[in-house]
Design a protein around this ligand. Sequence first.
Ligand code: ATP
Ligand code: MG
Length: 598
Amino acid sequence: MRKWLLILNYARRKGIVLAWAFPLAAVSGGLALLQPWPMKVLVDNVLGASPLPPILVKTLQALSLHATRPILLKTIAILSLGLFAASRSVGALLTWISVRGCGGAVFGLGEDLFARLQRRSLAFHKKAAVGELMSQVLGDSRCAQQILEDILFNPIVALLTMIGMFVLMVKIDLKFTVIAFAVSPFTWVISALLSRRLRDSAKLNRDIEGQIQSQLQQTFAGIAVVQAFAQEEQQAGRFKRLVERHTQSQKINLLIGSLKTLGTGVVAALLSGLVLWLVARRVLDGSVSLGSALMFMAYFGILQAQLNALTNVFSVVDVASANVNRIAQVMDTPAEIVDRPNAIPLPGIRGEVEFRNVTAGYDNQRVLKGISFRVEAGQTVAIIGPTGSGKTTLVNLIQRIDDPWEGSVLVDGHNLRDAKIESLRMQIAVVLQEPVLFSCSIAENIGYGRPDATQAEIEVAAHVAHAHDFIMALPQGYRTVTGEWGATLSGGMRQRISIARAVLKDAPILILDEPSSNLDVVTEQLIVKSLLDYAKRRTTFVIAHRLSTIRQADLILVLKDGEIVECGKGGELLARGGYYAQMQDTQPDSASGSGLTT
Ligand SMILES: Nc1ncnc2c1ncn2[C@@H]1O[C@H](COP(=O)(O)OP(=O)(O)OP(=O)(O)O)[C@@H](O)[C@H]1O
Ligand SMILES: [Mg+2]
């Protein structure tokens, strides 16, 4: 129940004018019930011989009109048209309210789901399927509309209309009203018999659609591998099989749907026939007028439609509860890394970083074990070690992408657990191991962390990253749009743009996670030189596999299986004959080739 209320709350928050919707719905229901009335007057009082209803007589008198047949015919035509126009106008107003209110609720819910999912940890996002998250934000939020319309609004309106109709029908004939209300639910039987099957087949249909979507997404995202391994035929075959399954399940779905429509239609026709027969007999023996009988039959038709709206509730609840559960799960799961209640914003930092006996990892896997070191502001730290030894995990702790299990990370003496995340991340610039570009211009990609940056500042950053020349050689220079994931650029170009982005941020702490892995040796040395010049006044962490990058660091940390096995300056480590010395042996050229040696 709480979960459903959570969603209803969006309707309230987003200003659905429920207070307006219900009286309007009452007016609309009343108008619908009045609609058969002109027909009754026409049959009984104009074409037949019964005396005119007093309200009509009074109205004609007020308008100084004589109740002649031509005038009565015109009056009834105007009345019918007026009722029709009024009921449609109220209907349009209700639709507008529903679009505003329900649409607002869907939008608000989608917004919150997006915000929540965005704040989940990187570890969560690495495991989650992108397609799944997209369907949560776009698909699940739509259930707010269903809940508001099909579970709350329509059934209440149906119930109110049925109460009004009951009163009007009883005025015509109590016994038949009871019969009509008693037999109507028989149409449910067919509906109920087939509803479950219809829901199951609709669910199967949606599942296959999801599979098709993820097949498409994976193929296009991995198109380079698909083509390189000549898997186009296999992918096409898989797609074809899925589409065939989809067509098959859609056929079944349509078949059950038409059986349901046919079944309920036949039962409804039989019931209408029965009620018509009973009422017609009353007309024959003169106890009910023909006009009243027609009005009664019109109400019987409306009754069936309203009952449908009521029964629909059960199937909508069934379908929507899956969405509601998933929404509640997203809303109830707190983000892994959040500000403490009394967290303080970090003031402008100098960039002194200290790890105190830090242990950290993922799920049950301990990755870093008892890491301790200290870096003064403005120093450069190189982190090296075999792949999978925990280098990226270590630098992630400095940005609070994760928190340590034990021990603490301090910046300028502030324990990061007590710092506001945003204030920390504003003061750290990062070049990721895998450069990520967005589908916008190169200038916007470089200015991502600083949207207020001027063109001149962007170009200075691009110079530091040795990106300016290749950018200027592109057809539209800095305005070139890079395509999704920067697909139109080479790996090295993407990396240099992401370096320029970090440089532009001008933060006191700079983290470079293998900033040169995609670059040729010459470009790498150029960039490393200008980057380290730029980094002189900043605390810099650089993860690297190439000696040329790490040799001039103030501190080199060698990580192995999550532990610091060597720590010190290049010369000291060389003397120890450990991992660093082995690197020196395997990369002898870079020692002489680099212009970076101190
Ligand atoms: N999000 C994650 N969830 C679970 N395990 C992870 C996650 N990220 C990394 N790991 C694991 O943590 C260990 C260390 O990973 P990390 O990325 O820190 O290594 P690395 O030293 O940066 O390696 P490389 O040089 O290849 O980049 C690995 O065993 C890896 O499988
Ligand atoms: Mg790494």
